[in-house]
Design a protein around this ligand. Structure first.
Ligand SMILES: Cc1cc2nc3c(=O)[nH]c(=O)nc-3n(C[C@H](O)[C@H](O)[C@H](O)COP(=O)(O)OP(=O)(O)OC[C@H]3O[C@@H](n4cnc5c(N)ncnc54)[C@H](O)[C@@H]3O)c2cc1C
Length: 402
């Protein structure tokens, strides 16, 4: 059994691994280059989204992650914001409606608790939505978290279990001794360990290349904005019709016709993935303008804001004049087969990265990484997540869909 463990990267995967591993009795040190959740985790809108997860691995890991989230709510000191109020995707034309009808039927066959609701019900659940909404798919299994609050709770829990967490410290390289993990070299010196866990999200390819390992993980930039507290209440997660384009579950339906879902004026290589969520504070988070630049800065761009203003202004006309209190971007990690890499890539060197939907899957990965560290059978089947599977290189600018 490895006793001293260094975790590189403090997103949801790193923080949850720190918590589970420290809880299991390991001596954990987590090192984050910026602040906890800096990459993707604390920048995302907090969807625990089962609605569009394909049957099999994706749905199974999402359900398992959502269940862990429920358990953590009772367990973590100080708790975090979690709302099991379902999620919906609405439509506004009869043509779109036919696609949604087929979608709901197929999801019910996959065992999801999903139904088609009418326009009146959508307007009741989402007061500012456009008047001509005709209906939506609604899934009671979807839930919302404020991911930054979960990250903070995981860090509190890890510290309470004895873990040490460094922020603002970059790990420069892995250290080995006789071919096995021996710790890491950081900006502030060496940290010795029996095992190293690399949870560096969209930065994993570069970090592991320096160690001679090819782990192709790309980064998608997503831009969002936030409003001050609003007087209405929106409980479920909300996706607009154009979000259908992101999911093979829609694109593979016999009724799918891409021309039905192409009414946004998009440019500069940016695409709109329209989503909205209201937090307990009343603040509304809206996104996302998406693209695939070489380097991802955590800041919004004029092109992104313009796409959001046009798209979300059309979807939620009454919100067009509300102030914006924050605008930002995040780096969503992904692999060419959309599954994460969860593996021991060298003696005592573990990787947990490449999560496109880490709010759920990342928690499962953290439990599995803890199992691997303790040399016990993984609690979730991860054969499909091996690092040596044939993953394709990710080219900047090339869009990905799942
Ligand atoms: C805007 C946006 C919206 C999203 N929406 C959702 C959603 O609603 N639901 C969902 O499930 N998923 C969503 N995702 C994806 C989700 O956020 C990710 O799957 C998840 O956060 C990945 O977690 P991670 O821990 O692997 O990576 P990250 O959160 O990116 O953490 C990696 C960390 O490693 C650090 N790091 C990198 N290199 C080093 C180094 N050398 N030394 C030390 N530290 C280093 C980085 O600073 C970073 O903080 C979204 C992502 C974005 C960006």
């Amino acid at each position: 059994m490895k006793r001293d463990v260094v975790i590189v990267g403090g997103g949801i995967v790193g923080c949850a691994t720190a918590y589970f591993a420290a809880q299991a009795g390991l001596n954990v040190t987590l090192v984050e280059r910026e602040t906890l959740g800096y990459g993707a985790s604390s920048r995302n809108p907090g969807f625990l989204w089962l609605h569009c997860r394909s049957a099999g691995f994706d749905l199974d890991i999402s359900r398992a992650g959502r269940a862990i989230c429920g358990r953590l709510l009772d367990e973590l000191p100080g708790g975090f914001e979690f709302r099991p109020a379902g999620g919906l995707m609405y439509f506004t034309t009869p043509g779109e409606g036919a696609v949604f009808e087929e979608f709901v039927a197929s999801r019910r066959r996959d065992g999801l608790d999903m139904e088609l609701i009418d326009g009146g019900e959508v307007r009741r659940l989402v007061p500012p939505v456009r008047e001509d909404v005709l209906g939506a798919s609604y899934c009671s299994e979807d839930a919302q978290i404020v991911t930054a609050s979960l990250i903070a709770a995981l860090a509190r829990g890890a510290r309470a279990e004895g873990a040490t967490i460094h922020e603002g410290v970059a790990v420069e390289r892995l250290l080995t001794s006789s071919g096995a993990a021996a710790g890491v070299e950081t900006e502030i010196g060496r940290i010795s360990a029996d095992a190293v866990v690399v949870t560096t999200g969209a930065w994993t390819t570069g970090f592991m290349a320096a160690e001679g390992l090819n782990i192709p993980i790309g980064g998608e930039r997503l831009q969002l904005v936030k409003t001050p507290p609003q007087p209405f209440r929106i409980e479920p997660l909300v996706y607009g019709p154009l979000a259908t384009r992101q999911y093979a579950l829609f694109r593979d339906l016999p009724s799918w016709d891409p021309s039905l879902f192409r009414y946004e004026r998009e440019g500069n290589g940016l695409t709109l993935l329209p989503l909205l969520v209201q937090q307990a504070s009343g603040e509304v988070v809206m996104g996302c303008a998406t693209d695939y630049p070489d380097e991802i800065d955590p800041v919004a761009t004029l092109g992104g804001l313009s796409l959001l203003a046009n798209g979300m202004g059309r979807e939620y006309p009454s919100l067009a004049n509300v102030p914006i209190t924050a605008a930002w971007a995040g780096a969503l990690p992904f692999t060419s087969d959309q599954k994460p890499v969860i593996d021991e890539v060298g003696p005592g060197v573990f990787v947990g990265a490449g999560h496109a939907f880490g709010n759920t899957a990342g928690l499962v990965t953290a439990e599995v990484l803890t199992d691997l560290l303790l040399r016990r059978p993984p609690s979730f089947e991860i054969e499909e997540c091996r690092a040596d599977r044939p993953l394709e290189a990710i080219e900047a600018g090339v869009a990905t869909h799942w």
